[in-house]
Design a protein around this ligand. Sequence first.
Ligand code: STX
Length: 314
Amino acid sequence: MKTLYPDISPFNSDFLIQGSHKIYFEESGNPDGKPLVFLHGGPGGGGDKNVRRFFNPEVYRIVNFDQRGCGRSKPNGLLEENTTWHLVEDIEAIREKLNIDSWMVFGGSWGSTLALTYAQTHPERVTEMVLRGIFLLRKKELDWFYQEGASKIFPDSWKAFIKVIEPNKRHNLMNAYHEIFKGSDKQKKEIAAVAWSQWEATTSSVIINKARIEGFSNIDFAIAFATIENHYFINGGFFENENQLINNIDLIRSIPSVIVQGRYDVVCPMDTAWELHQAWPEAKFIVADNSGHSAFEKEITHHLVNATDTFASR
Ligand code: STX
């Protein structure tokens, strides 16, 4: 069973100015190693120092950044000039700033959405892909998690998620939350942001990790995570149509890739990964049969580290 690599400190960290946004990025591992970019989830989830640990630091030059408006990027929670396409531009700007010609792309959940989008926009820049907990941001996926579906598996957590919304607005929770996030009642906004974040925190793992769940209650984290997710989801991820990523698989078909999916993933249920696999059988498809959504579930971590170790010797 493979486990996370030991924690390491970045050898370089800086900010990139992109319009009104200051994007935090950092490099760790081997400065002369094989480059890779890590794309975090949410959108709005920000970086976590443990994500560096999916990569052998002696082999990889690990690039992490906090997407617009979240993590260490500033201003926290800024939604202006914050779309999928701005994030694709940021990835390219960071790549150019670091003089990297092409790199491996690693992303789970929303990070998988962004990885597919980036690769389909700049396929010549992507050497390999490792994707986990596939999310294509389609209406049926959002309805499952934010309206009806996951609610039936976690009715206890669901109760807290809908509690902040008046009963007559619960027929469209995405919109009801949007109204609160756009509104001027700061306290209501914070309470709603924590409820939104807790819903995702409590449903992400088969094995409950209390400390991780509590971390999602931090106000700055919750505001960025909840308002950015809601902003992207209300806008359909800023895609032209919701089948875009599946329909454009030909653009990336030949990039060596691995998909790792937890069978009991309640946040991003496996049928989405399965549809991707049907459209893209060339990518190696691995089902973690005893796992949920989180990259830190033991079996998922094993498959992810195994994938990056395999690509390390390419
Ligand atoms: N959002 C799924 C997602 O990308 C619907 C995601 N879930 N949790 C996270 O990301 C973090 C662990 C990064 C907060």
